[in-house]
Design a protein around this ligand. Structure first.
Ligand SMILES: *Cc1c(COP(=O)(O)O)cnc(C)c1O
Length: 427
């Protein structure tokens, strides 16, 4: 379900026609729907009713302040993977006590920032990180609230680049190591052992891997309780998939029911870290056709959005639906097209081998389900200013991020950098 639907042949975002947004703010343009974001958050929330739970939105999926602020006002917590994301959450009015800090490589200054801000949980992913965190907490004279991210060794059957809970993955600690680390952590006065966490991957489209992972983590938590280490919360991670093409992922209601069943009788709190499922189809990328070029049998639709705006097709060979914003004339003949951007890489495509009625120059195309890992993974490659982002609410829309300018591209650079000497002068 999403609020990007055609009305009289023209795609709208809620009540706003997409061509009006392209007219006002140019292209490429990311457009997000308040109603869709709100609905997804509430549906997931409702699916877990009965469990003492906190939804911690995974900021990296879409970290625009307007999106974070919307979730904060709904009462959401946040899952962060860097201090930069914590900065954004605080700017957006998020409650630091509902923040979970994940990631395999947290720096000292990031740990200090998180402790200083009073984040709810730091998910520790290794023995060396535990030592480092304890030292930072001691220096700041605070107790660090921690959970260990356990790697449950479950195959999520997703793209290998987004599987994170397999035995040989860099993420988390093994069950065996977790036993040892919990025993170590409870003896440290600067550590407050709160919970246990897992996150097995992303774009997962069946329930089984979630149920297996939660089961394993729960059994470990119960074993720890018998050994005297009582945990207050169990964090089931994120990873629920969305429909890009022909996937049929479980609905949030089915997911919630499965989590509830896997945790029946669990007395503690439950934390969730959903990203993609909350924002994926709540966003689209609007792009304008620059040229239609043919060689031999191939038709290339060259558009003004590229892999620097949406890297998922190049990065994961991901599928995004690409549809005309204004419906093609009835009976117009579709041909097989590649929709490509201007970047100088052969991997710079948004869609390949698609049946499309060849658009005209200047037509608008809509790349669907671009709300997650879209703008957030964009770059300035080829010195392309990053796209603008717009948040629609009913019949209104606001600029959530201005399009970058050429001066933005060179901010912080120096054509002739002022030099400092790093080697002693020879006498
Ligand atoms: C990326 C990430 C998530 C969110 O994953 P989605 O697939 O977007 O739901 C949750 N938790 C952690 C630790 C992550 O790294």
């Amino acid at each position: 379900m999403n609020h990007f639907q055609p009305r009289r042949g023209v795609l709208h975002a809620e009540d706003v026609p997409l061509p009006a947004l392209a007219q006002a703010w140019g292209t490429p343009l990311f457009v997000y729907s308040t109603a869709t974001l709100t609905r997804h958050w509430k549906v997931l929330q409702a699916s877990l009713r009965g469990l003492d739970h906190t939804v911690c939105y995974a900021v990296k999926a879409n970290s625009n302040l307007a999106v974070l602020s919307l979730f904060a006002r709904l009462g959401s917590g946040f899952d962060i993977v860097s201090a930069g994301e914590l900065y954004r959450v605080l700017k957006a009015g998020g409650d630091p006590r509902r923040v979970v800090f994940s990631g395999v490589g947290k720096r000292d200054d990031e740990l200090a920032f998180a402790l200083d801000a009073g984040v709810g949980t730091i998910n520790v992913e290794s023995g060396p990180e535990l030592l480092r965190l304890a030292a930072v907490a001691r220096r700041l004279q605070v107790r660090a609230p921690i959970a260990f991210r356990v790697n449950p060794d479950v195959d999520p059957k997703t793209h290998p680049y987004i599987a994170t809970g397999l035995r040989d993955s860099k993420f988390g600690v093994t069950v065996g190591e977790a036993r040892r680390l919990y025993a170590q952590a409870v003896t440290d006065p600067h550590l407050d052992v709160r919970g246990i966490a897992c996150h097995i991957g992303s774009q997962i489209t069946t329930l089984r891997p979630f149920v297996d992972a939660v089961g394993r983590v729960r059994r470990l938590a119960e074993e720890l309780a018998r050994a005297g280490v009582r945990l207050r919360h169990l964090d089931v991670g994120g990873g629920l998939g969305v429909t890009y093409h022909d996937e049929a992922p479980p609905s949030p209601a089915q997911y919630g029911a499965a989590i509830k069943k896997a945790l029946a009788g669990w007395e503690g709190e439950v934390h969730l870290e959903p990203g993609r499922v909350l924002v994926g189809n709540a966003g689209v990328l609007l792009t304008r056709v620059l040229y239609v070029k043919r060689h031999g049998k191939k038709t290339f639709v060259v558009v003004d959005a590229a892999m620097n705006d949406l890297v998922r097709p190049a990065f994961y060979d991901a599928w995004h639906d690409v549809v005309p914003v204004v419906a093609s004339a009835r009976g117009a003949r579709a041909v097989t097209c590649d929709v490509v951007g201007p970047v100088c890489e052969s991997s710079d495509f948004l869609a390949r081998g698609r049946r499309l009625v060849p658009p005209a120059e200047g037509d608008l195309l809509c790349v669907r389900t671009a709300g997650a890992y879209g703008f957030a993974m964009s770059s300035n490659y080829n010195s392309r200013p990053r796209a603008a982002e717009v948040l629609v609410d009913g019949g209104e829309a606001g600029l959530a991020r201005a399009r970058e300018t050429y001066p933005d591209l060179v901010r912080g650079e120096a054509a002739r950098p002022r030099r400092r000497r790093f080697q002693p002068r020879r006498r």
